[in-house]
Write a protein of this length. Structure first.
Length: 231
């Protein structure tokens, strides 16, 4: 009876050993498989990291190229607009039949100079005639507006001599086709401009007066900024 018990015990031990050995082999196989899968996953992660870096580099290159293209396009649009204005101007200058003859105050452009608080002005004078000869004379500019501390609220007229440093005034002109008169002016702190009155005097002719409204320079700058964003 004891011998049978011993045999049964030994058999159980052998079965347990065999079963345990099989389980260890199975676990080792699973561990090797998982290790291979982990190695494959790590390799995939490394590959995806490399692809992500390449994609980011490509995105940066594309972004820089897009910004450069936007700047180039904005510059070309500005050039195109200036060329159209010049073409229109020269068409009118060279085709006087449909325009008023003689001296013309064609254009007055103002540009704010934030760094100095001044304004750059550029006054364009032209001559419209079938046969052009040299014309000469002088020009005066007056800025008309109101002082904030003026209780009466009346208009004030400021001569260019009060707003700018000039070597000579009135400003002289002499040209055959056109001439630019340019410079800088500064307004008093408590003065709000409304318009600019330009008076051109040509020898032997009646004075020519043209009034230009003071432009909304902040709005113009904003429109240019919005145009660049849209491009």
């Amino acid at each position: 009876m004891l011998a049978v018990t011993v045999v049964i015990g030994v058999g159980c031990l052998l079965l347990g050993y065999i079963f345990g050995t099989n389980q260890i082999i199975t676990y080792r196989g699973d561990a090797v498989q998982l290790s291979n899968q982990l190695e494959t996953a790590n390799e995939k992660v490394v590959e995806l990291d490399a692809q992500l870096i390449d994609a980011q580099l490509n995105l940066n290159v594309l972004r820089e190229a897009s910004n450069s293209l936007r700047e180039d396009l904005t510059e070309e649009l500005s050039k195109s607009a200036r060329l159209e204005e010049e073409v229109t101007f020269f068409k009118g200058l060279m085709s006087p039949s449909s325009l008023t003859k003689g001296l013309q105050v064609a254009e007055l452009e103002l540009v704010a100079l934030p760094a100095s608080g001044e304004y750059n002005y550029q006054l364009l004078l032209t001559q419209v005639a079938l046969r052009r000869s040299f014309i000469a004379g002088d020009v005066r500019m007056d800025v008309i507006g109101r002082y904030a501390d003026d209780a009466a609220g009346g208009e004030a007229v400021l001569s260019l001599t009060e707003l700018a440093s000039l070597e000579a005034y009135p400003m002289k002109f002499r040209f055959r086709y056109f001439q630019d008169l340019k410079g800088n002016l500064a307004l008093p702190d408590n003065f709000t401009p409304a318009r600019i009155l330009v008076t051109a005097n040509q020898a032997g002719k009646e004075p020519l007066q043209v009034s230009f409204p003071w432009p909304d320079l902040d709005k113009a700058a904003l429109e240019r900024s919005e145009l660049e964003k849209d491009v």
